[in-house]
Write a new protein. Sequence first.
Length: 135
Amino acid sequence: MSLFDSDISEGDVIFSGWQYMVVVGREGEFVLASPFVTTSEPRHRRDVGVSWTELSEAGLPHPDMRLRGVLCRRRGRAVTPVGVVGEAVLARLRLALDAEMAARAREVPHAPVWSVRDGSGGPVKRRGAVRSMVF
């Protein structure tokens, strides 16, 4: 299912390629999302704990996951909707993302230019510390 064929919005849980993620925004044809990781992975400084009941309510099949407090960019047509996280989870994730972006801006004060491809195939260049931290 394509992002443009569905009503994917902030707080929706999607499956992209091999990974479950929570949508935190949209940017043109891209979805900005934070990935779920298993609890066996090394802990990141901005990981957000999610209880098994919150995972179950969101439609996730695994009871041992947490949210990674980083943004990833995925093409909208490559995602499948799975469920929705509660407002409490989304609020915790927003706080973690804000803190991570602030920390990265301090660590890399002069962030490089980042680029993505627009619909015509040409590069779209923008400058900014926060956006350069999207993976």
